[in-house]
Design a protein around this ligand. Structure first.
Ligand SMILES: *[C@@H]1O[C@H](CO)[C@@H](O)[C@H](O)[C@H]1NC(C)=O
Ligand SMILES: *[C@@H]1O[C@H](CO)[C@@H](O)[C@H](O)[C@H]1NC(C)=O
Ligand SMILES: *[C@@H]1O[C@H](CO)[C@@H](O)[C@H](O)[C@H]1NC(C)=O
Length: 433
């Protein structure tokens, strides 16, 4: 009897302590939350501990309506869900002289906390020589400026990795460490798209900038992860090769030779291939072409692609402008795959939405565009083979862990916040799901 009483009292005391502790925690937690964490705490989650800092870098201009639409509705909504602020901030390079860009940035930065992501703003002054703006005659000044700007991203972005992306890229899955790095090498994807005349133009202009042929098309995936100093090294090399003293001069001199439009990121990655190959992890889909034949056509002796350079890899984004998705299947499929089998409690309507996708495998990850065909389903993943299938499965095993640890919360409120932010520019997005 005495014993029972003792236990009862002990139990009551324990619960009181527990309640007190909870109260105490509730009391202190707001101050803990508002307390600004020092930068070195940023990567507390072990999963990203050894990942170098990076900036998800986008060259934007708020003066082009179609860019604004892609920026908010496509890029930022998907980014908010599938890019972890712990990997690094979103970095926007804007036009310094544009008052509109300053307002755009101000509006956006109000949403950082809601998006769980820092947004760093960098203002790029107008090129000194305004001929830069008319180099590619078929393109408007803003487009030319944006192209040229890729050669000097390292002057604005200070993190060791620049994760470069177009305004119209759409994330289709949470990003894991392994999507970015293999060991300590940055992943690169490439594809044989040389049948397209614009790619032939890129190749020709690239040769005039660095004297080397493109080993593949590197505009077939986002983000393009680039060591920041590769950009610096590439630019210095161009100056020597073109024999000019500024990158503006090189861009004008080479770009105005009427053979096409330049692709600076292709030039940077081509430079990386020839001069810094060991710092990157290459995944080139030469499609169904014989390797020897491909090397003869596109590479130079001593720099041939070898079979380890051809190993399959998948996408974490697609190129929305060139991806036809009239019934908005992509976002639903992607979201359902991301929440699948996680600890997250889905609302009834989401569960219902995901029902038809229950047995769906994310082959979407092997596609990038479908208006122009850029996919691996007829090459690496022919017949939806086991190898590719297990890559999908392994990837989702990893994203599930990240979701369960809270690195990704897949909170659709963040999508709503982006839609709020977009209202500032009268941009109205189609429903996300
Ligand atoms: C944003 O930046 C602040 C200040 O540098 C930092 O304390 C905070 O942890 C960052 N937030 C994220 C989500 O990285
Ligand atoms: C590079 O340019 C300088 C001055 O513009 C010229 O004197 C020099 O001969 C050029 N070098 C080459 C290798 O063309
Ligand atoms: C959900 O996860 C299970 C187990 O990993 C898998 O078999 C199934 O294909 C997944 N469904 C979707 C929609 O990804």
């Amino acid at each position: 009897m005495k014993k029972l009483t003792f236990y009862a009292i002990a139990a009551i005391l324990l619960s009181v302590c527990f309640i007190c502790f909870r109260q105490y925690k509730v009391k202190i937690s707001p101050t803990v939350k508002s307390h600004v964490e020092p930068a070195h705490h940023r990567k507390m989650v072990p999963y990203f501990k050894d990942v170098p800092d990076m900036t998800l870098t986008v060259r934007m201009s708020s003066n082009v309506a179609s860019l604004l639409n892609f920026f908010y509705c496509t890029m930022l909504r998907s980014l908010a869900l599938y890019w972890s602020g712990q990997l690094g901030p979103l970095g926007l390079i804007l036009d310094k002289e544009s008052q509109d860009d300053h307002k755009f940035a101000e509006n956006l930065q109000q949403y950082q906390e809601h998006l769980g992501m820092n947004i760093s703003i960098h203002y790029e002054p107008l090129p000194k020589n305004e001929r830069v703006l008319t180099v590619a005659k078929s393109k408007p000044p803003g487009y030319n400026r944006q192209l040229y700007s890729s050669f000097i991203m390292d002057e604005f972005i200070s993190t060791p990795i620049v994760a470069w992306m177009d305004t119209d890229g759409k994330f289709t899955t949470p990003v894991t460490r392994d999507n970015i790095l293999n060991g300590n090498k940055l992943r690169v994807k490439g594809m044989n798209t040389f049948q397209n005349n614009w790619v032939q133009g890129w190749d020709k202009l690239g040769k005039k900038m660095i004297g080397k042929p493109m080993p593949s098309d590197f505009m077939t995936f986002f983000p393009v992860y680039i060591w920041r100093d590769t950009i610096t090294n590439c630019r210095n090399y161009i100056l020597k090769y073109v024999n000019v003293s500024t990158i503006e001069e090189a861009y004008i001199q080479v770009g105005s030779q009427d053979v096409g439009v330049m692709s600076p990121v292709n030039i940077i990655m081509t430079y990386a291939y020839y001069f810094e190959k060991e710092r990157y992890d290459w995944h080139i889909d030469i499609r169904n072409v014989d390797l020897q034949k491909y090397n003869k056509l596109h590479l130079i002796p001593g720099h041939e692609l070898t079979s380890p350079d051809l190993t399959p890899d998948f996408h974490v984004t697609l190129h929305d402008k060139y991806y036809k998705d009239d019934n908005n299947i992509v976002n639903r499929q992607a979201y359902c795959a991301a929440v699948n089998n996680t600890v997250l409690n889905m609302e009834h309507n989401i569960k219902q939405m995901c029902e038809p996708f229950k047995t769906n495998e994310m082959w979407l990850l092997f596609e990038f565009c479908n208006k122009v065909k850029q996919e691996h389903l007829t090459t690496w993943c022919k017949n939806k083979n086991k190898h590719c299938s297990s890559m999908i499965q392994e990837h989702y095993d990893k994203t599930r862990q990240l979701v369960n640890k809270g690195v990704y919360n897949l909170d659709l409120k963040k999508v709503k916040m982006v839609e709020e932010a977009a209202k500032f520019h009268n941009v109205k997005c189609q429903p996300f799901l």
